[in-house]
Design a protein around this ligand. Structure first.
Ligand code: BTN
Length: 322
């Protein structure tokens, strides 16, 4: 760990508390000049660090900056040693984690970015991922013995985990638009994309990369025209340390479901949070849309629909519109 990272860890676990330069130097086993340089570096990254004569330095509680140290602070003890890397900008966190998976990286490797220049969405679309107003996270999973049909569970658990994280830190209700969109106040605030690799002979999952992107704040330049109508964000004003809290809460919740290996733990919650059960929707398939009524979601997370001619279908994947 660099001096800057060590200092950030100290500050993050003691927000609002002052430490003299000498005290910090002693704790981190570095010179006072090195402390000053680390303070300067953190400030240049946007951290608000107060310096008061006779009191020392302290990290303002008002900052909302993603960091591995800040995320680690809120993680449950059993997940504190997860490999989490925070990047300022990357083409796509899913692309990076897939590359790491191919190189043999172990389960739990997580990348969180402040910006993506080529964020990936479903069906080859791009995912709008502007700098600083949200977070874009990918985690590498290697569940043993998952069939292709079971792989959808990862998205399902993630959707429930993200709704719970949102509700833990805000006053808002979060709902799921099958299969992987999270809506708050009628707008999509989060998208989920699980990319997977299967063994040719076994047909079993070799690894999965779970990616989630959350719009925490309104983007400075607004949402692009094509998503303006349906995209939304969680907060209008800067909140204290909300991004680190959201990431860790999502990881805590998701990992609980994932390690429990018990679909009953999250399927019912997924069904309860559904935005589409009991609604008329449009099923989009091969460029055509068909009106349908949603009469349920089964325990494998398939959408149960009835078309206007009375025929029913259970959809294991696909796209719908409200
Ligand atoms: C969608 O709504 O179509 C799914 C969007 C998934 C976006 C996330 S952001 C983190 C991860 N990296 C990517 O390139 N995409 C996913």
């Amino acid at each position: 760990m660099t001096t800057k990272e060590k200092l950030l860890e100290l500050f993050e676990s003691n927000k609002g508390i002052y430490f003299s330069g000498e005290e910090i130097a002693g704790k981190l086993c570095v010179s006072r000049a090195a402390v000053w340089k680390a303070v300067k570096n953190l400030r240049s990254e946007g951290y608000e660090i107060d310096a008061v004569t006779n009191k020392g330095y302290c990290l303002s509680a008002k900052t909302d900056i993603l960091s591995a140290q800040g995320i680690g602070k809120y993680l449950n003890p059993q997940y504190k040693n997860m490999d989490i890397y925070v990047l300022d900008s990357i083409d796509s966190t899913n692309a990076l984690v897939r590359k790491k998976a191919e190189e043999g990286e172990i389960e739990g490797y997580t990348v969180v970015a402040n910006e993506q220049t080529k964020g990936r969405g479903r069906y080859g679309r791009t995912f709008f991922s502007p700098q600083g107003t949200g977070f874009y996270l990918s985690i590498l999973l290697r569940p043993p013995h998952y069939s292709a049909g079971q792989a959808v569970r990862i998205t399902t658990m993630a959707a429930v985990a993200m709704c719970e994280a949102i509700e833990e830190v805000s006053e808002e209700e979060a709902r799921i638009k099958w299969v992987n969109d999270i809506y708050v106040k009628g707008k999509k605030v989060c998208g989920i994309l699980t990319e997977a690799s299967f063994g040719l002979e076994s047909g079993l999952l070799e690894y999965a990369v779970l990616g989630v992107g959350l719009n925490v704040y309104h983007p400075a330049e607004g949402f692009p025209e094509e998503i303006k109508q349906r995209a939304g964000n969680l907060f209008d004003n800067t909140q204290n340390d909300i991004k680190n809290r959201l990431v860790s809460s999502f990881l805590n919740n998701f990992m609980e479901y994932y390690v429990s290996e018990n679909p009953a733990a999250y399927i019912e919650k997924y069904q309860e949070r559904s935005l589409v059960i009991g609604k008329q929707i449009k099923v989009i398939s091969a460029g055509k849309t068909k009106d349908a009524f949603v009469y349920g979601i089964d325990d494998e997370c398939r959408l149960l629909v009835r078309y206007e001619n009375g025929e029913t279908e259970s959809l294991s994947h696909g796209e719908i519109d409200l």
